[in-house]
Design a binder for this molecule. Structure first.
Ligand SMILES: NC(=O)c1ccc[n+]([C@@H]2O[C@H](COP(=O)([O-])OP(=O)(O)OC[C@H]3O[C@@H](n4cnc5c(N)ncnc54)[C@H](OP(=O)(O)O)[C@@H]3O)[C@@H](O)[C@H]2O)c1
Length: 254
């Protein structure tokens, strides 16, 4: 199978490319580093020539302003147009659990718009909703930080290892399009503020975590259950402790 991974040099993209190549598929990575720009459209048509499947794991470089919304809108418009012209038979997209429930976040509003455009594009598709990656916990801290204090919502989360998400997407990419969304989450539930407090203690970082129900999460205020997946979500294998012990953060030197 000829598979193009858009964003194939990112965190989850690299992992998907490696897994698909190991299975013997012909896989290319497309991103600005390889001369393909979703925003200007440069290199898109050439990169999709002959592709059976496109896996889109590209990402905006910012999380909390309108630039993120504009990125996702323009990127999906250009990508779907190019896919139609190339006759792509399956578009696989990685999105986030709860996108349509948090319109106050420009990032998630952009992801939700992408999902609607994919579903109405006529290109057969599968959307994978994942919960927060463990690898994303530090980004959550960074965006919530004011001085050394980190104000975080106590909303429940079920974070997942990006490795488990990559494994699922590599499977989906070589299967039939679902023409719908499926979900993946981690094996454990925790309150965001408590899990991040534990993360901070485990890595001995000099941050003070405060639980605050009104703390914004990338522009949105969270109710307790809004970030949780559906009952039928697939479960990743790696829990927080196992992930942490094998991560670079277990050895971080502040
Ligand atoms: N992090 C989480 O917790 C989480 C949870 C659920 C879902 N997701 C979704 O997973 C996806 C991938 O996340 P990630 O953390 O793996 O992303 P990442 O590491 O930030 O990688 C993003 C990729 O997008 C490419 N890219 C950025 N701008 C581009 C452009 N204009 N044209 C072409 N390619 C471009 C980048 O390559 P170049 O720099 O070479 O262009 C890079 O390969 C995102 O859509 C995100 O919403 C993330």
């Amino acid at each position: 199978m000829n598979i193009i991974v858009v964003g194939g040099q990112g965190l989850v993209g690299r992992n998907i490319v490696d897994r698909l190549r190991l299975q013997g598929h012909q896989v290319s990575s497309a991103s600005r580093r390889s001369g393909v720009d979703l925003i200007s459209g440069e290199g898109l048509a050439q990169s999709l020539a002959g592709a059976d499947v496109v896996v889109d794991v590209s990402n905006a470089s910012t999380f909390d302003d309108m630039a993120a919304f504009e990125f996702f809108k323009t990127a999906i418009f250009n990508l779907l147009l190019a896919e139609k012209r190339a006759g792509v038979r399956h578009h696989v997209s990685l999105s986030v659990v709860g996108t349509d429930r948090l319109p106050a976040s420009p990032y998630l509003r952009g992801k939700a718009l992408q999902e609607r455009l994919i579903a109405s594009s006529g290109v057969p598709f599968t959307i994978v909703h994942a919960t927060q990656f463990f690898e994303f916990l530090l980004d959550i801290i960074t965006y919530a930080m004011g001085g050394q204090a980190v104000r975080l919502s106590p909303a429940f989360i079920e974070p997942v290892a990006s490795d488990d998400v990559a494994a699922m997407i590599a499977r989906i990419a070589v299967g039939p399009p679902r023409n719908g969304a499926i979900e993946i989450a981690g094996p454990e539930r925790a309150r965001m503020s408590e899990l991040i407090q534990r993360f901070v203690l485990d890595m001995e970082a000099p941050y003070e975590v405060r639980s605050d129900a009104g703390a914004p999460y990338f522009g949105a205020t969270l109710d307790e259950f809004v970030l949780l997946p559906r009952e039928d979500a697939e479960r990743g294998e790696l829990g927080f402790q196992a992930w942490f012990e094998q991560s670079e953060y277990a050895r971080a030197d502040w």
